[in-house]
Write a protein that binds this ligand. Structure first.
Ligand SMILES: [Zn+2]
Length: 196
């Protein structure tokens, strides 16, 4: 029986690297994979999943209007062994339901990778429903500058002050976000941040 997996963490834990490595492992054994990423993220150009350590792969994109069940149905072949979704926090509730349907009807594993919470510590829609409905929840760990597990994604300004208001989606990397433990998130201490 195939399962729906949610690999969750704070930022910079290496989720995308894991996704690309896992996909590569399938490909190396002659099996095909289907990769998806969120359309809004154009950091590395459209339809590419790229990790910070240099791995990358072409990918299909989803936006809020795409019916993932229908799209996957069209792209599946007899040789498709696994489906990967990066930036899974940006899935809509309906998308998560569609991925459950893919797992249950096609008996094919779906591995999703995303952030557990946003820069205010609030849930993303995709992560919320993945946490509720995925068969397997796997935490990918990363650490705060103090050495404790980082669970929060702080967004900071040019003065390295933590931003406490704003839109949920503001695409960025190390220049804008830092992973912190809960204590240092609430203390507002982003010491060790990658301030430019
Ligand atoms: Zn800390």
């Amino acid at each position: 029986m195939a399962k729906l997996y949610f690999y969750y963490s704070a930022m910079n834990a290496g989720k995308t690297t894991q996704l690309l490595q896992n996909s590569f492992n399938y490909n190396e054994r002659g099996m095909d994979t289907l990769l998806y990423t969120f359309k809004f993220d154009d950091r590395y150009g459209e339809a590419v999943i790229a990790s910070r350590i240099g791995l990358k792969s072409a990918a299909n994109v989803f936006d809020k209007h795409l019916d993932l069940f229908e799209d996957i149905s069209k792209r599946l072949t007899d040789n498709t062994a696994c489906i990967f979704v990066d930036e899974a926090q940006f899935l809509m509730k309906a998308h998560v339901k569609q991925l459950c349907q893919v797992v249950d009807e096609f008996d094919i594993p779906v591995l999703t990778y995303g952030l557990r919470s946003d820069f205010l510590g609030e849930p993303f829609e995709g992560s919320l429903y993945l946490l509720l409905w995925a068969d397997e929840l796997v935490e990918v760990k990363t650490i705060c500058h103090c050495g404790k597990k980082a669970t929060m994604n702080a967004r900071f300004d040019s003065e390295c002050r933590i931003i406490r208001h704003g839109e949920q989606i503001d695409i960025g990397g190390n220049e804008k976000y830092i992973s912190l433990c809960r204590k240092h998130y609430y203390l507002g201490d982003c010491k060790g941040g990658n301030k430019k």
